[in-house]
Write a protein that binds this ligand. Structure first.
Ligand SMILES: Cc1cc2nc3c(=O)[nH]c(=O)nc-3n(C[C@H](O)[C@H](O)[C@H](O)COP(=O)(O)OP(=O)(O)OC[C@H]3O[C@@H](n4cnc5c(N)ncnc54)[C@H](O)[C@@H]3O)c2cc1C
Length: 411
């Protein structure tokens, strides 16, 4: 093992471990305040998950009213509130604009960068960090941290130990490990006695025991503009049929309670309204209008505007009811049994991580003075819609502000 030869050894400097959006934001805040910063990452390039997030349109945050926005974090909302108030969705939009990548609000209220992608924003960001002399050490895998703040990395040249004045941990969750966020950091923190909530998949897919016909014909097809209910929660949106079951935006919005129900009881019953725009009475009325020799499926398609997928879904329950009231009931409250949770590996995000009870109000780990935590490695979860990146950015800003105070008080 060697002590790393860096030019920061005699001055105060901050090690940021993990170069995803949270780590880069922490670096940004600290470097702008004039601090020396080195970002360490185990990959050969930074922010791979951020780039992946930008593939289908980088949803940076959401434009809804802040009180509603905060409810998306469930039990963690009270912890995240001061951080999101300090670095709000509006502040995030202004930060992007200042960087040269203005944002726009989509029809759903979601906020995207002008280019829709992550790569232009990342390029500008890395250029800005370099201009502030932020250094980057790639292929440095964090393996341990001591109570006195020494950090050891595994590198292709062997293990390296550094002793920064402050450390910001920003190593992400444990999904999509091939992008760098493998959750292996949890072991090192556990060994230091830091309590962690177990990792669980969030914004993930669920298993359904589809018939072979439905699976072969419709895997990859979305069921659009439906309403999904589970317990007291109802969401509108799109659900994608997959070979294993279901995924997609509306499913992700319910993924936390669905996951917990399946983990507790082995199954969860989701109620679908396949025609949320029509009342039950209107639907019955439409179905009662003459069929004139049409097949039942054709009549359903025309009278109830159901897609071939929706009609096949009804058929999963057996022959279509002859009685129109029963048929309308089936369309308006279709019970879909979910039998399993897809693995963490393919989940959009991770629930669980460093417990808030382990950190002080500045996100410093109480048992590791000078070591701060932020981003998805903290114990919070939220649906898709920009809430994941917003909390990652806001908690990183907060941890960096905490580190600034810590550095100020150092002799
Ligand atoms: C397909 C997909 C689409 C998404 N789309 C969106 C979206 O549109 N909007 C949204 O809000 N969110 C989205 N997300 C989620 C979002 O990307 C994450 O919540 C966010 O990247 C978390 O940021 P982070 O910096 O905390 O962690 P990460 O982005 O995971 O970064 C962690 C970094 O730490 C490094 N690291 C990990 N372990 C170690 C170690 N031991 N040593 C050194 N380095 C380490 C990793 O290499 C990585 O660079 C998406 C995620 C996926 C997978």
């Amino acid at each position: 093992m060697q002590a790393e030869d860096n030019n920061q050894t005699n001055t105060k400097w901050v090690a940021i471990i993990g170069g995803g959006p949270a780590g880069l934001m922490a670096a940004d805040v600290l470097a702008q305040a004039g601090h020396s910063v080195i970002i360490y990452d185990q990959m050969t390039s930074l922010a791979r998950k951020f780039l992946m997030a930008g593939r289908g349109g980088l949803n940076l945050t959401h434009s809804e009213e802040l009180e509603l926005f905060l409810t998306r974090y469930g039990q963690a909302a009270s912890h995240l509130r001061p951080m999101i108030e300090a670095f709000s969705p509006q502040a995030l939009r202004e930060w992007c604009e200042t960087m040269g990548e203005p944002t726009f609000i989509g029809s759903s209220g979601r906020v995207f960068p002008r280019s829709f992608k992550a790569s232009p924003l990342l390029r500008l960001w890395l250029r800005k960090l370099a201009a502030h002399n932020v250094e980057v050490r790639l292929r440095h895998r964090f393996i341990s941290i001591s109570h006195s703040g020494e950090v050891t990395f595994a590198t292709p040249q062997g293990d390296v130990t550094v002793h920064p004045s402050a450390v910001i941990l920003a190593m992400g969750g444990a999904s999509w490990a091939r992008l760098g966020s493998d959750g292996a950091w949890a072991q090192a923190l556990h060994e230091k006695g830091v309590a962690l909530a177990p990792f669980k998949p969030a914004n993930c897919g669920f298993d359904v025991d589809w018939s072979q016909v439905l699976r072969e014909k419709f895997a990859g097809t979305p069921l659009k503009a439906i309403s999904l209910s589970f317990g007291q929660i109802q969401v509108q949106g799109e659900m994608m049929i997959t070979h294993y079951g279901v995924e997609g935006g509306a499913i992700y919005a319910l993924s936390a309670p669905l996951r917990e129900a399946i983990l507790a009881e082995g199954r969860a019953n989701l109620i679908l309204d396949l025609r949320p725009g029509l009342s039950l009475a209107d639907l019955i009325h439409r179905l009662n209008e003459g069929r004139k020799g049409e097949s039942r499926a054709n009549h359903l398609r025309k009278a109830a505007s159901l897609s071939p997928l929706a009609i096949s879904l009804l058929r999963e329950k057996g022959p279509l009811p002859q009685n129109n009231e029963a048929l309308a009931q089936l369309i308006k409250s279709y019970s879909l049994q979910l039998t399993g949770v897809q693995s963490l590996q393919r989940a959009i995000s991770t629930a669980g991580g460093v417990a808030f009870s382990e950190m002080d109000q500045n996100l410093m780990i109480s048992s590791l003075p000078g070591v701060f935590c932020c981003g998805e490695m903290l114990d919070w979860e939220a649906p898709t819609g920009g809430y994941l990146l917003q909390a990652s950015f806001a908690s990183a800003n907060w941890a960096a502000e905490g580190a600034k105070k810590w550095l100020q008080n150092l002799k």
